[in-house]
Design a protein around this ligand. Structure first.
Ligand SMILES: Cc1ncc(COP(=O)(O)O)c(C=O)c1O
Length: 425
């Protein structure tokens, strides 16, 4: 089986809309490395788009899934429930920020978690409006797309979208949008588009993921909380990409001194098994009537077993500390390289949710070209990198937090050499 043959078959059998970044095919993966069908090895700094915080095939995760496989795979939780779902909800209720009474429901994908958070917010407030942010990404379902604050490639040709969704600019000082600008825009929405008493929720990612790894400033989150409290609006933190240790805390909302009413999560929760969820204030979570929430596969038993193992691994291997150590290392190295690579305009990110942003030094404008050049050169040397950002000029780092020191150093060595070469070219 060759990559070239598979590529031909893929192009004939699957639609181009499922855009695929690479042209090699996975054969196996272990911790922070992936091997393709021709035996070539890649260091994985993409983590299956933020899913593999605990590494590929962690032995504890594999054992948990195998044990569950030997008991049962699927009963449909809503038909015949199981303890693992309940105890995982208990753990999530305990671990999410805030001491208030909470409840958790599980789903399958991140987009589904977001959909359900909006359903729950609407049911609890009996209001329709939702405010989201430019550059935000919330999934590819109809509501996910409506909330997403980026047209290309996510929304093109797919409308009309659900109504009553409004976007305010996300504060990114680097691109000239201050916290004040963003708050002013929300108040303008209240003047021009929707009265605050008809707004059910404000949804944001504490650190925008696909949008470019921009973190919401502390004072912004505080002000959003104030607006929500003043008008009876719910604050939803979409932690699908930020959750489960990535930012050096279990949840990114722990970086703030205010709480969200609802949190959505997915990705690294179950380390590659499809599982997502919504956790929130108990009384809000109980607003939808029985049968209003759920899904055939929602809270699948194998995925739940995997999630228990993931939480155990994060604790037993001190992965929150590890995220901070790795994050500091990568930021220090990039800041050093930056002295010789004028295309680097920013190095940032809490914990191990780090990114490097590129501009054209001649114009100061975002450089998606340089970003692509670096990403492709790295891939050719066996390092898998992901780009992101409204201007496609950011490389984000999502390596497993369990990455071995020598593999991390090897990956950083490749990154450094391609950055230096690209700057000279
Ligand atoms: C913040 C955020 N929300 C929602 C989603 C959608 O998740 P999924 O692709 O699992 O539907 C993503 C995916 O990247 C995300 O980063």
């Amino acid at each position: 089986m060759s990559n070239a043959d598979l590529q031909t078959r893929k192009n004939a059998a699957t639609p181009r809309g499922v855009g695929v970044m690479t042209d090699f095919y996975a054969a196996r993966a272990e911790n922070s490395e992936i091997w393709d069908v021709e035996g070539r090895r890649f260091i994985d700094f993409g983590g299956g788009i933020a899913v593999i915080n605990t590494g590929h095939r962690h032995p504890k995760q594999v054992a948990a899934i195998k044990a569950q496989l030997d008991s049962f795979t699927h009963t449909a939780y809503q038909i015949v429930p199981y303890e693992g779902y309940v105890s995982l909800a208990e753990k999530i209720n305990d671990r999410t920020p805030g001491m208030h009474a909470k409840k958790t429901a599980f789903f399958t994908t991140g987009a589904e978690a977001v959909e359900n958070a909006i359903k729950i917010a609407r049911a609890a407030t009996k209001r329709a409006g939702v405010i989201a942010f430019t550059g935000g990404f919330h999934g590819r379902t109809m509501m996910g797309m409506a909330l997403t604050g980026k047209v290309a490639p996510y929304k093109i040709g797919f409308g009309p979208f659900p109504s009553e969704i409004y976007h305010a600019p996300f504060p990114v000082e680097l691109h000239g949008v201050s916290v004040h600008d963003s708050l002013k825009a929300i108040h303008n929405l209240f003047k021009a588009d929707i009265e605050p008493t008809r707004v059910a929720a404000i949804i944001l990612e504490p650190v925008q993921g696909e949008g470019g790894f921009y973190q919401a400033p502390v004072e912004f989150m505080r002000e959003l909380r104030k607006i929500c409290d003043e008008h009876g609006i719910l604050l939803i933190a979409d932690e699908v990409q930020t959750g489960f240790g990535r930012t050096g805390k279990m949840f990114a909302m722990e970086h703030y001194d205010v709480h969200a009413d609802l949190i959505t999560f997915a990705k690294s929760l179950a380390g590659g098994m499809p599982l997502s969820g919504v956790c929130g204030r108990a009384e809000i979570m109980d607003a939808p009537a029985p049968g209003g929430l759920g899904g055939t596969y929602a809270g699948n038993a194998l995925a739940i077993a995997s999630a228990h193992a993931v939480l155990d691994i994060i604790d037993s291997e001190n992965l929150l500390d590890r995220a901070n150590v790795l994050g500091e290392k990568i930021k220090a190295r990039l800041n050093e390289i930056r002295k010789d690579v004028p295309q680097i305009s920013d190095v940032r990110g809490p914990g191990a949710m780090n990114a490097v942003e590129f501009v054209d030094p001649a114009t100061g404008l975002p450089s998606p070209e340089f970003t692509q050049k670096v990403r492709i050169a790295a891939l050719n040397k066996g390092l898998l990198l992901l780009s992101c950002g409204t201007y496609a000029n950011v490389i984000r780092f999502l390596f497993p937090l369990t990455i071995q020191d020598n593999v991390f150093d090897e990956g950083m060595g490749i990154l450094e050499s391609v950055l230096r070469d690209a700057a000279k070219a």
